[in-house]
Design a protein around this ligand. Structure first.
Ligand code: KIV
Length: 275
């Protein structure tokens, strides 16, 4: 090594400050999930900015009906595989169900994802009640991606995978949650299944980049589950798009996805939800 930097050092890699710079410059962030070395390397080569090792792996890799059975050890294993592949993309590891029930537990598990998994950021579902944990993580130098809107770990409480924030009270709560998480030190926010006008409003008022999934074109970037982009999911959600069928091949599909996010050609209104 001649530069004195590891993988995370050189300017060409995607960092937290680079993501903030992309928002400031109006450059959309293209993010995807990945769970193994081969596909993570393909994402990285395609120019994907952020690779998330999501707990969606419980459904698309392990075949469970929900994300709830996923363990911290599962995420560590898959994050290690992905981190070995990513030379440019920022690697984010999801905190699974019940891994952050209190600040000390959350801090310990996030530390494991960073140390043992080689993650560069952790993601956690939840609103203002997670602010104390986000603050502690930030104090320890652990970057955080918050996750609002549809929180799949709460599927049994919600009664299904539904659009969130449709009525005024829900929208107001989401906005105050987002603000509390940003104030606590979150670096990124994912909005899942949120009406497009609300997502656009949040992206416009928050300083941190807001990445949408089923949240319309007004976000600072987009994320999709890899299996939906590659046409592997038999019944993909309405907000997804099968780039593989259009592009003809995995690498071409991933490149087409990055190009479409960057140019604003994805998502369109057919991939979002009206307010
Ligand atoms: O687990 C996951 O893959 C996610 C994305 C869908 C945002 O949370």
């Amino acid at each position: 090594m001649t530069s004195g930097y590891g993988k995370e050092g050189p300017a060409r890699t995607v960092t937290v400050s680079r993501l903030a710079g992309m928002k400031a410059a109006g450059q959309p962030v293209a993010a995807l999930t990945a769970y193994d070395y081969g596909f993570a390397a393909a994402c990285d080569r395609a120019g994907v900015d952020v690779v998330l090792v999501g707990d969606s792996l419980g459904m698309v890799v392990q075949g469970h009906e929900t994300t709830l059975p996923v363990t911290v050890d599962d995420i560590i294993y898959h994050t290690r595989c992905v981190a070995r592949a990513c030379e440019r993309a920022l690697v984010v590891a999801d905190m699974p169900f019940m891994s952050h029930t209190d600040v000390e537990t959350g801090l310990a598990n996030a530390g494991r994802l960073m140390k043992e998994g080689a993650a560069q950021m952790v993601k956690l579902e939840g609103g203002a009640e997670q602010a104390a944990l986000v603050e502690r993580l930030a104090a320890h130098g652990i970057p955080v991606c918050a996750h609002l809107g549809l929180k799949p770990q709460q599927v049994h409480k919600l009664g299904g995978y539904r659009v969130q924030g449709r009525d005024q009270a829900e929208a107001a709560l989401m906005e105050s949650d987002a603000r509390a998480l940003e104030d606590a030190g979150a670096d990124l926010l994912i909005l899942e299944c949120v009406p497009s006008p609300l997502a656009e409003h949040l992206a416009g008022t928050l300083e941190i980049p807001v990445i949408g999934i089923g949240a319309g074109p007004g976000c600072d970037g987009q994320i999709l589950v890899l299996h939906d982009v590659l046409g592997v999911t038999p019944q993909p959600p309405r907000f997804a798009r099968d780039f593989s069928r259009e592009a003809g091949g995995v690498q071409a599909a991933l490149e087409a996805y990055v190009t479409a996010v960057r140019s604003g050609a994805f998502p369109t209104s057919e991939h979002g939800f009206a307010g």
